[in-house]
Design a protein. Structure first.
Length: 173
C-alpha cells in the first residue's frame, strides 16, 4: 500500500474523480494505492471500519432511473432529472454491502462516494461541469476507483486528517 498526497488547488475537483465540486475547500487530498485486489479489499474493509466511527453516509447522484438496492435507510431528492440519494449513517455491518456496491460495475453509472458530513444543497449543471454541493459539518469525502486499486480521500478538517491516517496505520500493521 502506498499513500500519495495531491496538492490542493482551487480546481482540486479536476484532480479527483468524484464528479462534484464542493463549496468548501479541502485541507488535504491523498490517494491510497493498493498493489493488488486482495490488498485493496483488506484496506477497503479497514477504511469502512474507520469511517463507521464517524457520521458517514453513502451519497450517490444518478441521472437515469436505476433500481438501486441499498439496504440502508436513505432519502432522495430529484432535481432536473437527476436524483441525489443520501443514506443514514453507515455502520460496520454495512461493510459487505459497500464492498460489493463499489466494486460492481452495474452501480458505477453514477457519482457515488462516502461522505463524513451531510449534503445541505446541490445544483444540477449541464455537462461537463461538476455537480456543485454544499455540506453541513464536512470532514471528508472518499471515493473508490473502478479498477479496485485506489481509494481517494479529500479531507476538509486538518485534525481529522491526522486522526484518519493514524487509524489507517494501525490497520496496515
Amino acid at each position: 500500500m502506498e499513500i500519495s498526497f495531491i496538492n490542493v488547488s482551487e480546481d482540486y475537483e479536476e484532480e479527483v474523480n468524484f464528479g462534484i465540486k464542493t463549496k468548501e475547500t479541502p485541507t488535504n487530498i491523498f490517494e491510497i494505492k493498493c498493489e493488488d485486489i486482495e490488498q485493496y479489499h483488506n484496506i477497503f474493509r479497514g477504511v469502512i471500519s474507520i469511517l463507521a466511527d464517524y457520521s458517514t453516509r453513502l451519497i450517490t447522484i444518478i441521472s437515469e432511473p436505476v433500481p438501486l438496492k441499498i439496504p440502508l435507510p436513505y432519502k432522495q431528492t430529484v432535481l432536473k432529472g437527476k436524483k441525489l440519494i443520501q443514506t443514514d449513517f453507515i455502520n460496520s455491518s454495512a461493510s459487505g454491502f459497500l464492498e460489493n456496491y463499489f466494486s460492481e460495475s452495474e452501480y458505477r453509472n453514477s457519482n457515488d462516494f462516502l461522505c463524513i458530513g451531510e449534503v445541505q444543497s446541490w445544483e444540477v449543471k449541464p455537462r461537463p461541469e461538476f455537480t456543485p454541493l454544499s455540506f453541513i459539518d464536512l470532514k471528508g469525502l472518499f471515493a473508490f476507483s473502478e479498477d479496485l486499486k485506489i481509494i481517494q480521500c479529500v479531507v476538509f478538517q486538518a485534525g481529522f486528517h491526522s486522526e484518519f491516517l493514524a487509524k489507517l496505520e494501525e490497520i496496515k500493521s
